[in-house]
Design a binder for this molecule. Structure first.
Ligand SMILES: NC(=O)c1ccc[n+]([C@@H]2O[C@H](COP(=O)([O-])OP(=O)(O)OC[C@H]3O[C@@H](n4cnc5c(N)ncnc54)[C@H](O)[C@@H]3O)[C@@H](O)[C@H]2O)c1
Length: 389
């Protein structure tokens, strides 16, 4: 079996997962051809670099001047993705990029053209799409097992404080060096639960439903953050299915949800639903007659299944399931939310809390307000006046 040569671009943030996976698992037939990273001293962090004499460069240009790779894995700040993906594709590599694929729908469409022109794939790192339980659920949706989709909604928030926002130069920023970043919980930490709704409604195993419209309300609870840090979103797919999504960072709870409900003519798919014995963090379909299909019994695959699927796709000359098209509806929603005016939550509604060496901004009654919104498909302004001056 020919060894697949992998280039890792960005290894000190989320990208550490890939180098750890390769170091720990040593997958057969996979070889790190090189690393591109701007931080110094990574040889100290990752012993595999010295052990295997892996060349380290500061730019993709410098790497490709001396080497080639079958697959480039890009885990850099999101405003760098477009140019790095383009460069890797043009120099003969398939690409697995972290989400979002880039910073605009028009950029994503240009990357689709590059894929065609250079005969390579771009696979996007929304990991839920690669999970085998999600794929089984989607197969049943596509087979019409639950009837017509009617409405999907999800609530997912996670608390993030100063340490998160100060970990790099782009967290929470609207733009960096003139390039739109639109970093927010919707675009970053809580991106997955919105994207998965569009993916599940795609009319092919490897497509996502396009969006006809995106509206919503965006708020800033943490005044130190450039962009909004709370979003309530209503999107409608091109076939008229409404999607509601509620997310944010300035909450008291470390984590809220994910709690999701996908309604179909024949019943409902739940995630995080409490059937009486506490929330079940698995996809469960409950038919109107009460019968249940629990997708949690299906083996989800590897934690980094997206990596293994990309390796396999290189071998098979196929392409992984999360295509650039699958990333576009989420990106479309990111751009639509960026056009909304951000409302600052009155400071009297925000408590500043120090905990575990970090500082958090916590909006009072965040969970209660969003729970009412989620239960009734409402916007925060329908539920409270307290988030506006
Ligand atoms: N799939 C997930 O669940 C998940 C989770 C977190 C982050 N991400 C994604 O991973 C990507 C990176 O996010 P992060 O939080 O790790 O960002 P980060 O800024 O904390 O880390 C980015 C890494 O890229 C390096 N880097 C910066 N400029 C570079 C350049 N020009 N060339 C090479 N390397 C460079 C940095 O030194 C760092 O190692 C983003 O796309 C983000 O959305 C995905």
């Amino acid at each position: 079996m020919r060894s697949i040569q992998v280039l890792l671009v960005g290894v000190c943030g989320y990208g550490a997962n890939y180098i750890h996976e390769i170091s720990d698992v040593r997958p057969e037939g996979v070889c790190i051809a090189g690393i591109v990273e701007v931080k110094d001293g990574i040889e100290e962090l990752y012993p595999i670099i010295r052990e295997q004499s892996i060349p380290v460069y500061r730019s993709v240009e410098a790497f490709y001047a001396e080497h080639q790779a079958d697959l480039a894995i890009i885990s850099t700040p999101i405003h760098l993705h477009y140019e790095q993906i383009q460069y890797c594709i043009r120099h003969g590599s398939n690409v697995l990029t972290e989400k979002p694929v880039c910073t605009s729908v028009s950029g994503a469409e240009r990357l689709q053209e590059e894929e065609k022109q250079f005969g390579k794939f771009i696979s996007v790192g929304y990991q839920l799409d690669y999970s085998r339980d999600v794929q089984a659920l989607k197969k049943d949706i596509l087979a019409g097992r639950f009837g017509k989709p009617l409405l999907m909604k999800c609530l997912h928030a996670c608390r993030r404080g100063e340490a998160y926002y100060h970990r790099n130069g782009w967290a929470g920023k609207i733009s960096v060096h003139g390039c739109a970043v639109n970093d927010s919980p919707f675009n970053n930490a809580c991106a997955h639960q919105f994207q998965i709704m569009t993916f599940l409604l795609g009319d092919q195993p490897d497509s996502a439903a396009s969006l006809r419209s995106v509206t919503g309300e965006v708020y800033r609870g943490n005044p130190c953050v450039d962009n909004f840090d709370i979003a309530a979103v209503k999107a409608v797919t091109n076939t008229g299915i409404p999607l509601f999504y509620y997310t944010g960072h300035p909450c008291r709870e470390k984590k809220i949800g994910p709690e999701a409900q996908y309604s179909f003519a024949e019943g409902t798919v739940y995630f995080g639903h409490d059937f009486g014995n506490g929330p079940i963090n698995e996809y469960v379909f409950q038919k109107k007659d009460g019968s249940i299909i629990n997708y949690g019994t299906i083996d989800k695959g590897a934690r980094l299944q997206k990596f293994y699927d990309a390796i396999q796709a290189v071998r098979d000359q196929s392409r992984p399931v999360c295509t650039v098209q699958c990333a576009i509806p989420h990106l479309q929603a990111v751009e639509a939310l960026a056009r909304l005016a951000v409302t600052d939550i009155p400071s009297g509604q925000v408590e500043v809390v120090s905990e575990d060496g970090d500082t958090f901004h916590e909006v009072r009654n965040f969970k209660e307000i969003f729970q009412i919104c989620y239960d009734n498909q409402l916007m925060p302004s329908d539920v409270t006046d307290s988030w506006r001056n």
